[in-house]
Design a protein around this ligand. Structure first.
Ligand code: PBG
Length: 329
C-alpha cells in the first residue's frame, strides 16, 4: 500500500546537520562590501544619528575600519567623501588631495588585498546637493559628464581598484571609460550603479554624506520604483558603454530586478542594501521589535538568493562576525 504522504519535505529539516547539508544559499564575507564615509582631519569619528554604528571618519580612523574589515575577511570597502568645501560644480571631487583620494592611498598602502571602490558622484561635493551641475533649474546631463570623468580619473590615480558612478547621468559610463583609458587606466574596472531607483530609502545616507538636495529631488535622473523594464534598459545601456559590473539599488524592495539582471545579463551583479534598509532593522532591533541578527542575515540571504554576487551593506562587519561564529539559521 502506498504510504501517505509520498513527499515529506520535513525529513530534511529535522536536524541542524541535515539543514546545513542541504542549504542552497551561503553567505561569505568576501562577497561583502562595507561602505565608509571619510572626511579630512585627524582622530575624527562623527557618529550618524540615523545610522547607529556608522560614522564619518578621518583617514587615520578609517584605517582602523579597513584593518578590521581585512581581519573579518570582508571583500572590499566603498568610499564616500565629505569635502571641506562645496561649490556649484563640486570641484573638490577631483581634488587629488581630497579625503577619498587620501583614504585610497592610505588603505592601499596598509591593506593591499582589500578591494577599494570609490563612489563617483557630485552630490557630496555640490553646494546644492544634486548629482550634477545645474542649468535653468535642472541637472545638466552633458555638462556633468566631463566632471564625473575627472573625478573618476582622480580616484584611479590615487589607486582605486574600482570606480563606481552613482549619479545616473546618461552616457556617464562611456565618458568615464574613455577618460580612464585616455589616462592609462585601461585596467580600472567600472561598477555602475545601473539600476538606481529614486525614493525614500536614502535619507540616513544623506545625513552621513551631507548630500541632501537643497531643492527638488532626484526623480529627474534616478529610476521610478515602478519600472522594472526601464531598469533593464539602463543595465544594458551601461553594459554596452563598458560597465564591468552592474548594481541594483536599493536591494530589498527590488529583489525581482536583481534576479532579472543576473539571469538576463549574466554579468557580475552588486546589490546595495542602503541606509534606510539598515536603519529600519537597527531601529526595530533597538526596540526589541525584531531579532536584529536574524533579520540581518535573512535580509542578506534574500539578496543573495535573488542573484546578487556582491552585497554592499553597512552590516558587513556584523554579518562577517556572525558567520565567523558559525551562524546558521
Ligand atoms: C550618491 C549616492 C547615494 C547613495 C549612494 N550614492 C545617495 C543618493 O543618491 O541620494 C545612497 C546609499 C544609501 O542610502 O545607503 N548619489
Amino acid at each position: 500500500m502506498a504510504s501517505f504522504p509520498k513527499h515529506r519535505p520535513r525529513r530534511l529539516r529535522r536536524t541542524a546537520a541535515l539543514r546545513r547539508l542541504v542549504r542552497e544559499t551561503r553567505l561569505s564575507p568576501d562577497q561583502f562590501i562595507l561602505p565608509l564615509f571619510v572626511r579630512s582631519g585627524k582622530g575624527i569619528r562623527n557618529p550618524i544619528a540615523s545610522m547607529p554604528g556608522v560614522a564619518q571618519s578621518s583617514v587615520d580612523e578609517l584605517l582602523a575600519d579597513a584593518r578590521e574589515a581585512v581581519s573579518l575577511g570582508i571583500g572590499g570597502i566603498l568610499l564616500f567623501g565629505i569635502p571641506d568645501t562645496k561649490d556649484a560644480r563640486g570641484s573638490s571631487a577631483w581634488d587629488d588631495k581630497g579625503p577619498v583620494q587620501e583614504a585610497v592611498r592610505a588603505v592601499k598602502a596598509e591593506c593591499p588585498a582589500l578591494v577599494v571602490i570609490t563612489d563617483v558622484c557630485l552630490c557630496e561635493y555640490t553646494d546644492h546637493g544634486h548629482c550634477g551641475v545645474i542649468k535653468d533649474g535642472e541637472v545638466d546631463n552633458d555638462a556633468t559628464l566631463e566632471l564625473l570623468a575627472r573625478e573618476a580619473v582622480s580616484h584611479a590615480k590615487a589607486g582605486a581598484d574600482v570606480v563606481a558612478p552613482s549619479d545616473m547621468m546618461d552616457g556617464r559610463v562611456a565618458a568615464i571609460r574613455a577618460a580612464l583609458d585616455g589616462k592609462g587606466f585601461q585596467n580600472t574596472p567600472i561598477l555602475s550603479y545601473a539600476a538606481k531607483f529614486a525614493g525614500a530609502f536614502y535619507g540616513p545616507f544623506r545625513e552621513a554624506a551631507e548630500s541632501t538636495p537643497q531643492f527638488g529631488d532626484r526623480r529627474g535622473y534616478q529610476l521610478n520604483a515602478a519600472n522594472g523594464e526601464e531598469a533593464m534598459r539602463e543595465v544594458w545601456t551601461d553594459i554596452d558603454e563598458g560597465a564591468d559590473m552592474v548594481m541594483v539599488k536599493p536591494a530589498g524592495p527590488f529583489l525581482d530586478v536583481i534576479h532579472r539582471v543576473k539571469s538576463e545579463t549574466g554579468y557580475p551583479v552588486a546589490a546595495y542594501q542602503v541606509s534606510s534598509e539598515y536603519a529600519m532593522i537597527q531601529a526595530a532591533s533597538e526596540r526589541g521589535w525584531v531579532d536584529g541578527d536574524r533579520a540581518i542575515m535573512e535580509s542578506l540571504l534574500g539578496i543573495r538568493r535573488a542573484g546578487a554576487d556582491v552585497i554592499i551593506t553597512y552590516f558587513a562587519r556584523r554579518a562577517a562576525t556572525l558567520l565567523k561564529q558559525g551562524w546558521d539559521a
